[in-house]
Each structure stands twice: as C-alpha cells, then as structure tokens.
Design a protein around this ligand. Structure first.
Ligand code: SF4
Length: 344
C-alpha cells in the first residue's frame, strides 16, 4: 500500500474518549430529562449538484446558501451547544468554493467532520482532505448499475476518489442506498469495499425522491429490499465488514413498516438546510415552515424543532442513534432485541 502523502495540517481525528463521554452524557440527559443537544448535525452546505441523480430533486431547489462567515459562525455556535459530529453534505459540497475554509473551521473547533460527495471534484480540490476526518462516497453497484441513475464515468470517479483519499490518509466510507437497481448487487458492493479497504453501510431508498414529495421511481420493491437486508445479515454472520450492526440490519428489514423505535431527532441530531432551516431528517423536509438559524437564532431554532412522530427509520446513522436512545428510554422491544431475546 502506498504511504499517505497527507500534507501538514492535521491527521484525521478518531473518535476520542471525550467525544464518547459527551455523546453518552447527551444521550442520557435526552432520555431522562428530554434535554436537546445537537450532538450530531448534518449540514447541507449547498443544494447545487453536478450529478442530478434520478432519485433526488435537491438540485432543482434554489440555493441561497449561507455565506462563508455565516457557515463558520454556525459551526462555532453548534460546537458551543454540544455538537461533536458534523456531516457536511449537499448537493455536491465540493461545488462550494469555500469548502476548505469551512472544513478548516470545523477542524479548529474539534468537530469530527465528514463530507459526502460523488467524488467528481475531489482531484481538483484535494487540499480539503487536509482538514477532513472522513470522506463519504455514494456507490450503487458495478459501473453499469451505478451509472444507471448517475452520469457516465461516475463509478470511475468513486474509484479515483478512494485512491486520492488513501493517498491523504483519510478514511473512506461508502454509502449504499438500496434501490430497485441494486438489491441484487450487495455482494459486489461488500466485496468492492473489502478489496479497497474502505468502510461501507447500507440503507433503503426512501419512497419519495430526496427533497421532494415526488414518488421515488428508483425505490426498491419492498420484498426485494427485505431480501437484500437478509443477505447482508448472512454476510455479516460470515464476518463481511460493514458499518451496519446486526440489530440495525434487522430493523431496516422491517422498513417502511413500523419499527417500534423512539426517534432521537430534535433531541440528539438535527439537519440544517443550506438556507439555515432546521429539521430532524430528510423525511421531514417536504414543505412547511421550519425554524431557521438566521431568522430565529441558532439556539431558538434548535429548540423550536418539533419532535417527530415517526417510527420507521430509513437512515442508517440515525437508526443507530435511535436504537441507543430507545434503549435508554427503556423501550422494552429494543432492549429485548438488543439482548438477543427476540428478532424483529
Ligand atoms: S425515525 Fe423517522 S424522523 Fe426520525 S430520523 Fe428516522 S426517518 Fe427521520
């Protein structure tokens, strides 16, 4: 393996004891006292995108975007209120010319920071990697599958981005959304990740296109998605490496049916849109008025986010937090499943 050529400026931050301690404290206070802490925040830095995938309408939205200064102030405010984990996403974040400035600010604030990208602009902007803790790339399957809903050459761009990140010593995670095109390709995806030495996680495609109420034509047949999660459980038992735990896989297999989890959205995690609107997750962004960090101030906006009445989580990272939160809330079903007494 080639040695990393990460220029001076910092190495990726691992989760530290202090991060886990802060997470445990926030989760405990949320569960017993209902306290809100923006422990994990997903920030959509831009709606602009150069991919324009079939299952996403975000790139059709206006993109007022926060200024560089507003974005950096937002991060400082979040850190002050307890944020430890920051995921910068889009759109395509690398279309923001100031991405390096914002990510550097996140590093200064000791936020554990990842960026979601399609990888297409990484080569020209590899300097951003100096300040990053994790690069997250979307992958759907082999080239003919990946490029069914993405531009030609997109698969090769993912491979190139993995190599560039490796050169800079930045861990990569592949995000797989299971659609009707790729439920038969989970083995390819696991083997691809293993061959490249990168992490991988799976989640089902929402039944609506991202950022709109339009039905998602790429959403998978429910039974096929369920079978794909069953296959992932089998592979996990055979020690295939993936970020989803057994419990998450078995709960995802139930989706979009009720899962019996308590959502920690609005208590432990938030999502901030490019215009400063605050919500829980993508499922809650279809229309309506939202608290806004510019209009209401960050603290008031976070406090005003309604708690979701939702019990069917399609987001792998949020489901992980929701399961932990449910156990702390003494959710009997989740605790029994956790202890292995019952499979959902
Ligand atoms: S449970 Fe529902 S509202 Fe909560 S994070 Fe998951 S999908 Fe979003």
């Amino acid at each position: 393996m080639r040695p990393a050529v990460r220029p001076p400026g910092g190495t990726p931050r691992r989760f530290r004891l202090a991060d886990w301690a802060a997470a445990a404290q926030a989760a405990f206070l949320a569960a017993v006292g209902g306290k809100r802490t923006p422990l994990a925040v997903s920030y959509i830095i831009t709606n602009r995108c150069n991919s324009q995938c079939a299952y996403c309408d975000r790139w059709k939205k206006a993109d007022p975007g926060l200024s560089t200064e507003q974005a950096c102030d937002l991060l400082a405010g979040l850190r002050r209120l307890g944020t430890r984990f920051l995921q910068i996403t889009g759109g395509e974040p690398f279309l923001r010319e100031d991405l390096a400035v914002v990510v550097r600010r996140a590093r200064e604030l000791s936020l554990h920071t990842g960026v979601n990208t399609n990888g297409s602009l990484l080569k020209a902007n590899a300097g951003v990697l100096r300040h990053l803790d994790r690069l997250c790339l979307s992958l759907d399957g082999p080239p003919e599958v990946h490029e069914k809903i993405r531009p030609k050459g997109a698969h090769w761009q993912v491979e190139e981005a993995i190599a560039i990140a490796a050169d800079h010593g930045v861990p990569v995670s592949l995000n797989v959304t299971l659609t009707r095109f790729n439920t038969a390709h989970v083995d390819y995806l696991l083997d691809f990740a293993a061959a490249k030495g990168v992490a991988i996680s799976f989640q089902p495609a929402d039944v609506h296109a991202l950022s709109s109420a339009r039905p998602n034509e790429a959403a998978g047949d429910r039974d096929e998605v369920r079978r794909a999660f069953g296959r992932l459980e089998e592979r996990k038992r055979d020690r295939a490496r993936m970020e989803n735990g057994f419990l998450e896989l078995s709960y995802m297999r139930k989706w979009p049916g009720p899962q019996g989890v308590c959502c920690a959205g609005g208590r432990l995690f938030f999502r901030i849109e490019s215009n400063g609107d605050v919500m829980v997750c993508g499922l809650k962004e279809r229309g309506g008025e939202f608290p806004n960090v510019l209009r209401d101030g960050l603290e008031a906006a976070l406090e005003a986010v309604p708690f979701p009445d939702c019990d069917a989580c399609f987001s792998s990272t949020r489901l992980r937090i929701n399961l932990l939160y449910s156990a702390l809330r003494l959710n009997r079903g989740v605790i029994l499943d956790w202890l292995g007494g019952r499979r959902p």
